[in-house]
Every structure is written in structure tokens, then in C-alpha cells.
Design a protein around this ligand. Structure first.
Ligand code: SAM
Length: 192
């Protein structure tokens, strides 16, 4: 399931994203700022009863506000079951040349791009369990041990797990863990 709101990108998607007997693919023309519509349309292809991998690749920089970006991630992940992951990479503000190139780009670009520090990128995933090594340059995020080391670049990657889901059951909270185990107040455990 690929989501974008650029007609040109979606023209390429139409040409490239074809379903096959091995599995279904789809693309939808939806704005990232409308997670409810993304979820509604994605549910026609994806099974939200099973863990989902949400990939936010190079797009959160188009969302200027950290609160808005965090809220979008929370609203998308809130529908996915325990055991779901979010993976992201985005532009970092650690290289003065990239900061200057982005400043020039933003003079005329639409939508603009907003670089963040690694600390701000990590905070977008608060509430989720960060996978090692946390937020790291894409060249340093679990690099291939056999390949020559690459220099760090100002593009940062992170993966985080939705370990548990807090569900409300009347006055009681039930916590569902990634292995499907439910824990109720008082430590009563069940499965399913
Ligand atoms: C830097 S590109 C990254 C594309 C691709 N994910 C990748 O990693 O190569 C950012 C993409 O986000 C899309 N985009 C920007 N703002 C968006 C929005 N509000 N809703 C949906 N897509 C958006 C752009 O059209 C563009 O295709």
C-alpha cells in the first residue's frame, strides 16, 4: 500500500505497483494530514487484524510541526495491533551543507522540507519501543558487516515497535502484548 498526494508520483505508482498472484499492492491519493482517510482506504487492501509495517520514508520533513507529525504517527499506529512496526528515515540538520541546500530548496519548493535533529526525530516515536541502534544515520543503521564502512550522512533512520496496546474494558484497562497475551488489572493473563 503506497500513499502519496502528488499526481506525478501516482502516475508512476500506477505503472509500477501491480498486484500479482504473490500478493496485492495498491496506491492511494491521500494527504498524510488525513490519517483517518488513509486508514479507511488502506483497510480495503490490508488486514489490520495482523501486525502492520508502517513506512514513513522521507515524508515527515514535509510536516513542519513536531506535534502534528507525532499525532499523525500515533493516529496511524493506534489502529494497528501490538507487534506492528513503524520504520522511517528523514532529513537531519547535522550537516551545514544540507541545511543550506534545504534553505535554498525551500525558497521555491512546495511542499517545503523541514530538517530535524536526531533527538527531535526520536521524539516523534515516543510511546513506541525503539529498536536498536535507535535513531542513526542511514549508513550506520545496522550496516552490512561485510561491506566497507560508509561515512555518516544527514539522513536518519529509525524503527520502533508497538509493543502493547492499551484497550479500555469498562472501568478496567487491558494491556495487549505483541505475543497476543492480554494482561488485566491484578495480573490476570489471557490470550487471543
Ligand atoms: C522526499 S519524497 C520521498 C519519496 C519516497 N518515500 C522515497 O523514500 O523515495 C517525499 C514524498 O512525499 C510526498 N508528500 C509530501 N507531502 C505529502 C502529503 N502531505 N501527503 C502525502 N504525500 C506527501 C511527496 O509527493 C513525495 O513523493
Amino acid at each position: 500500500m503506497y500513499v502519496d498526494n502528488d499526481p506525478l508520483v501516482l502516475t508512476d505508482a500506477r505503472a509500477l505497483l501491480a498486484s500479482s498472484p504473490q500478493g496485492a499492492t495498491a496506491y492511494i491519493d491521500v494527504d498524510l494530514y488525513d490519517p483517518a482517510r488513509i486508514l479507511g482506504e488502506a483497510a480495503q487492501t490490508l488486514d489490520f487484524g495482523k501486525p502492520v509495517a508502517l513506512m514513513l520514508m522521507g515524508i515527515l520533513g514535509h510536516v513542519e510541526s513536531d506535534d502534528e507529525a507525532r499525532s499523525i504517527i500515533e493516529r496511524l499506529m493506534s489502529v494497528f495491533p501490538a507487534g506492528s512496526y513503524v520504520a522511517m528515515y528523514d532529513g537531519g540538520d547535522t550537516d551545514p551543507d544540507v541545511v543550506e541546500a534545504t534553505r535554498i530548496w525551500n525558497v521555491s519548493a512546495n511542499p517545503k522540507y523541514h530538517l530535524r535533529s536526531p533527538v527531535r526525530l526520536a521524539a516523534l516515536l515516543s510511546g513506541l519501543e525503539m529498536v536498536d541502534p535507535g535513531v542513526a544515520s542511514v549508513t550506520r543503521w545496522k550496516p552490512d558487516a561485510e561491506a566497507p564502512a560508509q561515512p555518516e550522512i544527514a539522513q536518519f533512520a529509525a524503527v520502533a515497535l508497538r509493543r502493547s496496546v492499551r484497550m479500555c474494558d469498562g472501568d478496567d484497562d487491558i494491556v495487549e502484548f505483541a505475543d497476543g497475551v492480554h494482561v488485566q488489572p491484578g495480573g490476570v493473563r489471557g490470550r487471543g
